[in-house]
Design a protein around this ligand. Structure first.
Ligand SMILES: [Ca+2]
Length: 340
């Protein structure tokens, strides 16, 4: 909803067919009812991280030049941060007190609605499943984080947000962590995303190749992958500690490039950027390593705020209708950092 005017558009007073519906029926996901003079940015609280909406009637010059059909279908950037707990961001009492200010994210939150009490699934896989389907993960084969080497993944008949938006004419892409299936048939391009790049499972697997006793014969190391709808996903390169430091910058770069590409093509889009850096091992990009003087966690906060800022700058350039920033999970110190 719009925090200033109380008009509909968010979790309360949600317009008919709001994207974040809990219904499976595709007919309920009718985003054409959204108006164009409103940007909703969701940041959640407590277990999540925050929700906000940019002001109704905000100037959207770039959209005025777009086609009427595109105006009826707001562009969507959904930023999901892995393992970012309540209290890490400045807006929730963190930021500088955690070693690095988060001014870009704080400003985003100040312009909209923040949630401070929101319950969610307790692990990575089920929470990602619930986000994309609006359904309890236990119904979808995704009730917990799977151990490597076993059958895993969101059942194919679930309707993901990407599938619903694809049916509505959207270009869809995921960049980052998936963790809803690591085999053909269960990867992002099998669940509604036109394209994806990232890791099929979790970031802690970047530590495997260098771990004592690890055998790639028993469990092959995780790979950075990419894929397109209708094609088989392919392995790009080994996901090791070097790549672990680089992945969030790459997620940001690809998300912006995708938004720019679709905007140029005048096609409404859903960009799902799932940032990873807060998850173990928290290793910041070399450009941010040592920047704060307060350790890897603080350097990661600085990098995350920068990456979010880069995407928000792209939003401003392109006139995106809706965007979501969603910190997944509870306070880091209260949970096993390896899980998820
Ligand atoms: Ca599906």
């Amino acid at each position: 909803m719009d925090a200033a005017s109380g008009t509909t558009g968010g979790l309360n007073g949600r317009p008919k067919g709001e994207v974040m519906t809990g219904e499976r029926d595709k007919s309920t996901i009718n985003i054409a009812d959204r108006t164009v003079d409103r940007r909703s940015i969701l940041l959640s609280g407590t277990a999540l991280a925050a929700a906000s909406a940019l002001g109704a009637g905000a100037p959207m010059q770039s959209v005025q030049a777009q086609t009427p059909s595109m105006q009826a279908k707001p562009n969507i950037l959904f930023i999901l941060v892995d393992n970012l707990g309540y209290g890490e961001l400045g807006v929730y009492g963190g930021g500088a007190t955690r070693g690095a200010p988060t001014p870009r994210i704080d400003k985003l939150a100040s312009e909209g609605l923040r949630l401070t009490n929101m319950n969610m699934e307790a692990q990575c896989t089920p929470s990602r499943s619930a986000i994309l389907t609006g359904r309890y993960a236990i119904r979808s084969g995704t009730h917990s984080v799977p151990f490597g080497g076993v059958a895993d993944g969101l059942t194919q008949w679930e309707v993901t947000m990407a599938e619903a938006l694809s049916a509505a004419g959207y270009a869809t892409a995921l960049y980052g962590k998936w963790h809803l299936g690591s085999h053909d048939g269960r990867l992002p391009n099998d669940q509604g995303f036109d394209e994806w790049y990232g890791i099929p499972r979790a970031t802690d697997e970047a530590m495997w190749p260098g771990s004592t006793g690890y055998s790639s014969n028993i469990m092959p190391p995780e790979q950075l992958m990419e894929g397109r709808k209708g094609e088989k996903s392919r392995e790009v390169k080994l996901y090791d500690l070097e790549q672990r430091r680089l992945i969030d910058a790459e997620i940001t770069r690809r998300s912006i490039a995708f938004m720019e590409r679709q905007s140029q093509a005048k096609k409404p889009f859903f960009a799902y950027a799932t940032l990873t850096q807060a998850h173990l091992p928290t290793l910041p990009n070399p450009a941010f390593a040592g920047k704060t003087g307060n350790g890897d966690w603080a350097d990661m906060l600085a990098e995350m705020d920068h990456n979010v800022g880069e995407m928000l700058d792209a939003i401003d350039r392109l006139g995106i209708r809706d965007a979501v920033f969603h910190g997944r999970r509870h306070p880091r110190s209260l949970h096993d950092p390896l899980a998820g």
